[in-house]
Design a protein around this ligand. Structure first.
Ligand code: COA
Ligand code: AMP
Length: 631
């Protein structure tokens, strides 16, 4: 039951997680839970040794489940459905692992994966895991510059890419993006492996090799045991600054926590069909599209398409019905997109959803309107839960497998066992129920959470552990109610969430500031009915500069798209006379954001010139078009 499990996880974390570790096959079982030698960062299962790909594939084959479906790829954009059993997927992974070895990749080497949602993405990730190489997947919607920053930071020996990704309105050719990125990097990989897709084949250069030819010549290799504390992958995520953070995931803690969460949180078991509708470039894609379902022997669905337009708003319901999906995990924005096109759920009624049990949502706030709509139309429990790239798995949820709890719309329910979630005020004191403050987690963090940032222990401590002594700072604010239910209200930093994609306004500001006409700028996230938040920019021109404002706006929008990528969805920028600042010169972004969201925000006592804020209010509150007129 939840209460006992939660209490025990906090009082005896080592005992609790060593017990959970029995669900994993170890080449050397751990005798110790936690190593505090690196405190405040903790390493889990310091003397354990295992292989994640073996746990995700080989052991199911060994146990007689090789014929069970492991992966179903459903791609409406290519009109394809492809199925792999555990035995087939194991063979593909073993062979691609052999291919990587033939390119000189070994334990600890990095491999950058730049692929859309295709089975080869999971195969490449698991192949890295099989040989102890460290993968770093980059989302396809990022621009060459963002890709270049990740290449220079992770220093991959090999890049594995597709010739293209397929968006409903256009083909995104990946090869030119990689070539452009590599023209700007200091680090150069030895080889670029290219998966040729018919929709746009890539021209191969000197260091490029064709996936199919490489695999045809490769021999399968066996899994290599690695230390539980060895890195499995690096996943870059947006921080407050323009520089992405390379979140490191270890091997043992990750396998244990994910396997445990599949049963306890999601109530998904061996043989069940599970679907996380995300992209492998995000944490949901890593944890719940690839690793967690396979670790427990469930079937994972990979979907290359959108919630609407590929071909219609019934696509999700078709996939659920056709593949017998028991539970779906999706970002609320996707449901809002479906609801907008099909508010009465007419598409839903066309499909047999009798095997569907639960809808899980995360990635951004689940607004009560979307919650009620989904609840009414689906008739199944709709479960909001909360976590981050850094934590790797849910910090707060309605633990469906442990003990289902009543849902309170707007709440992510209760802290999950392992996570000692506290609400703190500025001084680090615990706040009583109902009072909003910073959401922090008392150390130690449970297995599966980040042990550090890639080659940057200092930044890890500074970004997450330094604000409150003995706590991990989540960057979110919220409150606990009298019943211990958690309500997550939003970020306390400059991270925004656009259509479930985590982005840094700081990175966008850096792009705007590079324009020769711009003296100062601010980018804030404002509420959006579909995408949850959208970035909106404000620029102050250098004195004496004369520009055509319409042309400038177009240039700035194009610059953000070029330097960060289309996924930023940056379309609105307004030229203003001045930006509101504190007397020490800090731009009052939070105040601007709150005003834009329609809150009655008091004028901060630290403001330098209240008139500037007053003048900006009309601009902030208007629609983009009104804003431009007012400005
Ligand atoms: N590769 C290249 N470009 C991509 C891309 C990818 N993998 N993913 C998105 N883009 C591009 C889109 O083509 C679009 O470009 P455009 O400006 O030329 O139209 C831009 O990035 C924004 O894309 P997106 O955020 O997907 O917006 P959309 O308007 O096309 O679709 C939704 C809106 C709500 C349907 C869509 O955002 C969605 O399905 N969201 C769910 C998000 C999700 O699963 N998040 C994972 C976290 S759990
Ligand atoms: P990411 O690292 O991309 O998963 O983004 C994590 C951030 O998304 C969190 O810090 C929150 O700000 C936000 N988030 C994730 N899930 C939820 C949720 N269920 N409710 C509110 N915000 C969420």
């Amino acid at each position: 039951m939840y209460s006992e499990s939660y209490q025990r996880s906090l009082e005896d974390p080592e005992g609790f997680w060593l017990e959970a570790a029995q669900a994993v096959d170890w080449t050397r079982p751990p005798t110790r839970g936690m190593d505090s030698a690196h405190a405040p960062s903790h390493r889990w299962f310091p003397d354990g040794e295992l292989n994640t790909a073996f746990n995700a594939l080989d052991r199911h084959v060994r146990d007689g489940n090789g014929d069970r479906p492991a992966l179903i790829w459903d791609s409406p954009v290519t009109n394809t459905v492809r199925r792999y059993t555990f035995a087939e997927l194991r063979d593909e992974v073993a062979r691609f692992a052999g291919a990587l070895v033939s390119l000189g990749v070994g334990k600890g080497d990095r491999v950058l994966v730049y692929l859309p949602v295709v089975p080869e993405a999971a195969i490449a990730m698991l192949a890295c895991a099989r040989i102890g190489a460290v993968h770093s997947v980059v989302f396809g919607g990022f621009a060459p510059k963002e890709l270049a920053a990740r290449i220079d930071h992770a220093e991959p020996k090999v890049i594995v890419a597709a010739s293209c990704g397929i968006e409903p309105t256009r083909i995104v050719e990946y090869k030119p993006i990689i070539d452009e990125a590599l023209r700007g990097t200091t680090h150069q990989p030895d080889t670029v492996v290219v998966l040729q897709r018919d929709r746009a084949r890539a021209e191969l250069g000197e260091r490029d090799v064709d996936w199919a030819a490489l695999v045809a010549a490769a021999s399968p290799v066996d899994p290599v045991p690695v230390a539980a504390t060895d890195p499995l992958y690096i996943l870059y995520t947006s921080g407050t600054t323009g520089r992405p953070k390379g979140v490191v995931r270890d091997t043992g803690g990750h396998a244990v926590a994910l396997a445990w969460s599949m049963h306890a949180v999601y109530d998904v078991h061996p043989g069940d069909v599970w679907w996380a509708a995300s992209d492998i470039g995000w944490i949901v894609g890593h944890s719940y599209m690839v690793y967690a379902p396979l670790l427990i022997g469930a079937t994972t669905v990979m979907y290359e398409g959108k919630p609407v337009g590929t071909p219609d708003a019934g696509a999700f319901w078709r996939v659920i019905a056709e593949h017998g999906v028991k539970a779906l995990f999706v970002a609320p924005t996707a449901l809002r997109a479906i609801k907008r096109v099909d508010p009465d759920g007419l598409e839903l009624a066309k499909h047999d959803l009798s095997r569907f049990a639960t809808l899980f949502m995360a990635g951004e706030r689940l607004d009560p309107e979307t919650y009620h709509w989904a609840r009414e139309k689906l008739g199944t429990p709709v479960i909001d839960h909360w976590w981050q790239t850094e934590t790797g798995w849910p910090m707060a949820a309605n633990p469906r497998g442990l003990e289902p709890m009543p849902v309170k719309p707007g709440s992510v329910t209760k802290p999950v066992p392992g996570w000692d979630v506290r609400i703190l005020d500025k001084a680090g004191e615990r706040l009583p129920p109902g009072r909003e403050g910073a959401i922090a987690v008392k150390l130690p963090l449970p297995p599966g959470s980040l042990p550090t940032l890639w080659q940057d222990d200092e930044r890890y401590r500074e970004a997450y552990l330094s604000r409150y002594d003995g706590y991990y700072l989540t960057g979110d604010s919220g409150y606990l109610d009298e019943d211990g239910y958690l309500f997550v209200m939003g970020r306390t930093d400059d991270v925004i969430n656009v259509a479930g994609h985590r982005l840094s306004t700081g990175a966008m500001e850096a792009v705007l500031a590079a324009h020769p006409a711009v003296a100062e700028c601010a980018v804030i996230g404002i509420r959006d009915q579909l995408k949850g938040q959208l970035p909106r920019g404000f620029v102050v021109l250098k004195s004496g500069v004369e520009v055509d404002e319409e042309a400038l706006r177009a240039e700035l929008v194009a610059m953000v798209r070029r330097d960060i990528g289309p996924v930023a969805a940056f379309r609105d920028v307004t030229v203003v006379e001045a930006l509101p600042k504190t007397r020490s010169g800090k731009i009052l972004r939070k105040t601007m954001r709150r005003i834009a969201d329609g809150r009655d925000e008091p004028v901060p006592s630290t403001i330098e010139d209240p008139d500037v804020l007053e003048a900006l209010k009309a601009v902030l509150r208007g629609t983009p078009a009104e804003q431009r007129r007012a400005a």
